[in-house]
Write a protein that binds this ligand. Structure first.
Ligand code: PBG
Length: 326
């Protein structure tokens, strides 16, 4: 190299805030953020989730306020999780037309109408006393096909309550097809499916189990995916598309950016990512100790999910992040 070395200087494009803004490939927008919300039956005050500072189990009243705030923040949508007073072996409250999630859906749709896309978790773990995402066979394993019948019923009651998108998250084989069929047969052709397509058996869901009061002992490794595997995520994608998924999701987020990129490259439908409870808790805990810059960490993790191919992001920071990027 001659005296002019280095004549290629990538630093030029990093030199000022204006220059960096000009060349940024990835931007965050409030409309692509989705806020997960918990609503608990039979409480008069919101109940804080200790492992997720800033997150609460809402009452029906405070849920209405939270979704109004979400709409005002310009978010794309909300994902609702019900926390029932009673749990049993088959998750009866999940299909009770007056169960807490169904009431919450009606409340939220009445409150915000079409200003937000209203989504609901379609899974049994919030409602079962053993904490699994399905009903159990005699040997204690999760019975796939018996669970599908419960999911079909859940899809009907959630759609009857007025939800816009259901989010089947139980990782049962055939769940998208069964939900699609149930919705169509009940006249809910317009209700869409946000499929949890690649959902891993992850330790990152730890705080969520507290948030829904889950009594799970053991794990979900016999139905959620093995963190060691990428290929099966593409197989799940093919199946979910063939069965009628309208959007596909990867979950968790940060530890699965490679999966997200592969799904984003292969998917003809929108791709979402779920920044889950453990990702939130890690950042909040480190920030509370003064070990990291909380706001920068929030924006960096969300930007990384976007960059890896997520077009929608479920995040417990949705309202705050929307304000940051406005
Ligand atoms: C299942 C469900 C879970 C999460 C969302 N839907 C828990 C699980 O599969 O164990 C986790 C979300 C989070 O950790 O933030 N209903």
């Amino acid at each position: 190299m001659s005296a002019e070395f280095p004549y290629v200087r990538p630093r030029r494009l990093r030199s000022t805030p204006a220059m960096r803004r000009l060349v940024a490939e990835t931007r965050l927008h409030p409309a692509e953020l989705i806020l997960p919300l918990f609503v608990r039956e039979g409480v008069r005050e919101p109940v804080p989730v200790a492992s997720m500072p800033g997150v609460v189990q809402h009452t029906r009243e405070t849920l209405r306020k939270a979704v109004t705030e979400a709409a005002e923040a310009g978010l794309g949508g909300v994902m609702l999780f019900g926390v029932p007073e009673t749990q049993d072996a088959t998750g009866t409250e999940g299909t009770n037309p007056d169960g807490i999630l169904q009431q919450a859906i009606r409340d939220v749709v009445a409150e915000v109408g079409d200003a937000l896309v209203v989504m609901s978790d379609l899974c049994l773990d919030e409602y079962t006393d053993h904490g699994h995402c399905g009903v159990l066979a005699a040997d204690g394993s999760v019975d796939n096909d018996a669970t599908l019948e419960r999911y079909a019923e859940m899809a009907r009651v959630q759609a009857d309550a007025g939800v816009h998108l259901v989010g089947p998250s139980g990782m049962m084989d055939g769940q998208i097809a069964v939900v699609r069929k149930a919705l169509d047969e009940a006249g809910h052709q317009d209700v869409g499916i946000l499929a949890y397509t690649a959902k891993y058996a992850s330790a990152f869901y730890g705080p969520f189990r507290e948030a829904i009061g889950s009594s799970l002992k053991g794990d979900r490794k016999a139905y959620q995916q093995d963190p060691a595997n990428a290929r099966e995520a593409l197989r799940e994608l093919e199946l979910d598309l063939a069965e009628g998924a309208d959007l596909v999701m990867v979950k968790p987020g940060m530890a699965y950016l490679d999966i997200l990129r592969q799904i984003a490259d292969a998917s003809p439908v929108p791709v979402s990512a779920y920044q889950v409870s453990g990702e939130y808790a890690m950042v909040e805990a480190a920030a509370a100790n003064g070990w990291i810059d909380r706001e920068r960490m929030i924006l960096e993790t969300l930007t990384s999910l976007r960059r890896a191919g997520a077009e929608q992001i479920l995040t417990y920071w949705a309202v705050e992040a929307a304000a940051m990027v406005k």
